[in-house]
Design a protein around this ligand. Sequence first.
Ligand code: FAS
Ligand code: PHB
Length: 385
Amino acid sequence: MRAQVVIIGAGPAGLMLGRLLELAGIDTIILERKSPDYVLGRIRAGVLEQGSIDLMGRAQAGARMHAEGLIHHGVELSFDGDRQRFDFTQLMGRHVMVYGQTEVTRDLMAVRRSSTIYEAEDVSLHDFDGKPWVTYRKDGLTHRIDCDFIAGCDGFHGICRASVPPPAIATFERTYPFGWLGVLVDQPPVADELIYAHHARGFALCSQRSAVRSRYYIQVPADEKAEAWDDARFWDELRSRLNPETAEALQTGSSIEKSIAPLRSFVAEPLRFGQLFLAGDAAHIVPPTGAKGLNLALSDVAALADAFIEHYIDRSPAALKGYSTKALQRIWKAERFSWWMTNLLHTFPETGDFGRRIQRAEFDYLTGSTVAQQSFAENYLGLPF
Ligand code: FAS
Ligand code: PHB
């Protein structure tokens, strides 16, 4: 087989890249190691920046998002029970949309017309420094695809970054001593907007997927196991971290999904190795506190798609040459904001009483300064793609 661009990974990054390239008439094949149902079964992000909303429109995949997505004009941050709403529309004239990553993925799957090969095993990259080719196994046979370029959209644990010779790549990482235990429940959300809560017992987040489906998270130790948390224990702990009236309003029920996500900040540099390009979680990870992961993956892909289009349609290699530098500038700003928001809202016992006073001072400065609130809103809403 032959394709101009082989994309590894059919998560949101791979599917969005494939869609943007196929609309430009560029021939792609996506290789995904899991089944479509498995990919859709992963419960992840929930908030879309305007840039992501616009990209879904450009991909001609935004109709259901606009019909079902929930426009949110603000969020609430609370710190030991003190609450502050940030009115994004009043601060910056913009908003975000609550629309689950699962639905983004489903919509992108539905519009794709080119080949996506699911349950492709043992994907291997070859000669990406010269004339690249890819092999994979399916139904007991090994297949080969020759191509011009490979796009590594295969997430943090994928094969693409791992295929780069170690001396050619630099990585920057911070792991946090905690994770997020998340629960999905078919109950109305506790509030109209998201609530990010700092509490001495740990961070909590009240999010949502629709008017009848909610998503909640609590900070747990990094080595915690989801099996140790039955629903009753989860709801009790969540209530204990929320202000009393929110705790009172919480509508609980049987969890339909329960999992723990580790938190880390991670960036690989550069993002190009010959004819191999990295995008999305294959290139970087942010703690989910700032709702940046999915949006950053999509902003990488917007830049990479434009660069491939310029290469093939305008016959100019300039944008491909500049992709890594351009993407990394935005990546590091999202890393900074996600790191900052994580440090503001989680408990870090190792930083002691001084650390907690600094967190309280950060919250008080944020709630007392319109300029600080505009900076928070500008980053949460998303920096320009
Ligand atoms: P993905 O990981 O989504 O997709 C990569 C795809 O590549 C997968 O389908 C995988 O099966 C496939 N793949 C991997 N190795 C392969 C191989 N060798 N061959 C072929 N295919 C291969 N972000 C937020 O904004 N908010 C959140 O609340 C949030 N929660 C998260 C919770 C968890 C547990 C995780 C892991 C991430 C979370 N994220 C969140 C971040 C997440 O949304 C990512 O940013 C987003 O999935 C990035 O999309 P992709 O880059 O496409 O990577
Ligand atoms: C979610 O709804 O899953 C979600 C929302 C906001 C975040 C993280 C996760 O910052």
